[in-house]
Ligand binder design. Structure first.
Ligand SMILES: Cc1cc2nc3c(=O)[nH]c(=O)nc-3n(C[C@H](O)[C@H](O)[C@H](O)COP(=O)(O)OP(=O)(O)OC[C@H]3O[C@@H](n4cnc5c(N)ncnc54)[C@H](O)[C@@H]3O)c2cc1C
Length: 478
């Protein structure tokens, strides 16, 4: 059996199965503890470089992103960076470690479209199965589990702006909540996939504990899967992210408990690392950095930023294989802002950040907007809707939650590739179990859901295996 996913560990419980973890990248010092961290607009008022370094290493993927005339004005070649973790542990080894499962309505929608077994109530046990929640105050929550492999904890270090932002968000009308619990619309310090402040990737959480004592596990690094042979067996802040606030735009047609955007508050800004990592990771042009952010280098700790991330955009991108050669990269066509509605949601969420920044809690720490205009938007009056629209088109990029390239659904739907058992349509013994099967963008980040998919797939494979054995050993009585 070949499995490109970390969820090999579940299958290893079936000792008679041989499990290969195949990675086309390297095995970085994943088990080295020095691996925390990640990377809007900036407000006046510590970032570790690991994540940025890894993103920069995988930057070559931007070469395969097509430029889009409506956006990325602030990026080199008008291209957004599309890094991927081609290492043991996959993208969980380079991501920002935000643990956010999504909204119950996301999964209920999957199920309503024929993906039986994938409703929220059915996937919740799988989210919980992999989780070891070390979340103070949530010890007795029915939404969390303390006995899984993947550590989830609140970030231990909190800056003064983070504390003020959370207080400000509450003063602006948001309630403090567990966004992985009963409801999502509110505000919270970020829950992170770290263990005592150290990154807990798929490899460190699932493979490391068992890699030396499972004879049926083979880890193949620097190995690229080219063919599938049919018929044969085969430091503690997480990149500066400190709190999340879930925003519902006034024009939304969706139910009130289904937020449209997430406000990600970060201690620091692009200038915190003097433009060396974060802005490079995002492919931001140096002239933009110099004009807007460089002056902030004089005040290394007196600023914070907010990123606004839209959930469920109307504009949908796609990728296309260039040819049949497995060594040739596909081409990515992100299509951001094809529909103006998406831009308007980011505009409204940006104005919401400004509203929170004007609350008494935020004013008490002297918050003001860093009002150096972006050079290409300087003809517009700073702070007007049109200025922010221009700014959004200049600096927006992706938080890397690409999904749906191998969409799950019924075979009657020509846009789908796998069925609800994750079998490729028409091919019984080939399954796909990663984020590509997610049918629609979720109201969250995609790491937690990839673990859930892996857990569920492992259970389905085990159930099939047991079924097959039962068939083979069927005893007939005469
Ligand atoms: C910079 C960045 C930051 C992110 N931050 C967050 C965050 O804070 N929170 C969050 O929830 N999500 C975040 N994400 C998204 C999240 O990490 C990913 O969606 C998730 O890890 C994807 O898991 P996956 O199993 O689908 O794929 P991956 O983890 O990417 O695994 C794919 C694996 O397959 C291997 N592979 C691919 N092709 C081949 C081949 N032909 N042969 C052999 N092996 C192959 C790769 O080497 C890789 O190991 C971030 C993503 C990025 C890029």
């Amino acid at each position: 059996m070949w499995l490109p996913s970390f969820h090999a560990t579940q299958l290893l419980q079936l000792l008679c199965l041989q499990v290969f973890v195949v990675k086309c990248g390297m095995s970085i010092h994943l088990f080295n503890p020095y691996q925390p961290p990640v990377y809007g607009f900036t407000l006046d008022n510590s970032i570790d470089h690991y994540t940025y370094l890894m993103q920069n290493i995988s930057q070559h993927m931007k070469d395969y992103v097509t430029p889009y005339p409506q956006t990325y004005f602030g990026m080199y070649d008008q291209k957004c960076a599309f890094p991927r973790g081609k290492v043991l542990g996959g993208t969980s080894a380079i991501n920002y470690m935000i643990y956010n499962r999504g909204n119950r309505r996301d999964f209920d929608r999957w199920a309503q479209e024929g993906n039986y077994g994938w409703s929220y109530n059915e996937v919740l046990p799988y989210f919980k199965k992999s989780e070891r929640a070390m979340l103070k105050g949530l010890e007795n929550s029915p939404y969390h589990n303390r006995n899984g492999n993947l550590n989830v904890e609140y970030v231990a270090y909190r800056t003064a702006p983070a504390r003020a932002f959370l207080k400000g968000a509450r003063q602006a009308g948001y309630r403090k909540l567990d966004y992985n619990g009963e409801s999502q619309v509110g505000t919270s310090y970020v829950q992170a996939t770290t263990s005592r402040g150290v990154r807990h990737s798929a490899a460190s959480a699932f493979l490391r504990p068992i890699m030396h004592n499972r004879p049926n596990l083979k880890i193949l690094i620097n190995s690229h899967v080219k063919d599938y042979l049919f018929g044969k067996g085969l430091f503690t802040m997480i990149g500066g992210v400190e709190s999340l606030t879930f925003y519902k735009s006034p024009n939304s047609q969706d139910p009130p408990d289904w937020p449209d955007a997430e406000i990600i508050q970060l201690g620091g800004s692009f200038a915190s690392d003097e433009g060396a990592g974060v802005s490079r990771g995002m492919n931001i042009r140096r002239d933009i950095y110099e004009a807007v952010y460089k002056p902030l280098e004089r005040y290394p700790t007196d600023h914070w930023s907010a990123f606004v991330m839209q959930f469920r955009p109307k504009s949908i991108g796609y990728l296309r294989l260039q040819d049949k050669n497995p060594w040739h990269w596909p081409k990515f066509y992100p299509n951001y802002f094809k529909y103006e509605e998406d831009l308007e949601i980011l505009l409204e969420a940006t104005k919401e950040v400004i509203r929170i920044s004007q609350t008494p809690a935020m004013q008490a720490i002297g918050t003001r907007i860093w009002d150096r205009p972006l050079p290409n938007c300087a003809h517009l009056h700073f702070g007007t809707d049109d200025y922010w629209r221009c700014s959004i088109r200049t600096l927006s990029c992706t938080l890397h939650h690409q999904v749906g390239t191998c969409k799950m659904g019924l075979s009657s739907d020509p846009t789908t590739i796998v069925d609800p058992h994750l079998h490729v349509h028409g091919i019984q013994r080939l399954r796909v179990a990663d984020n590509s099967i997610i049918p629609y963008p979720i109201t969250g980040h995609t790491n937690a859901v990839s673990f859930m998919i892996g857990e569920k797939c492992a259970d389905m494979i085990k159930a099939d295996w047991v079924d097959e054995r039962m068939q083979k050993t069927k005893i007939t009585f005469h």
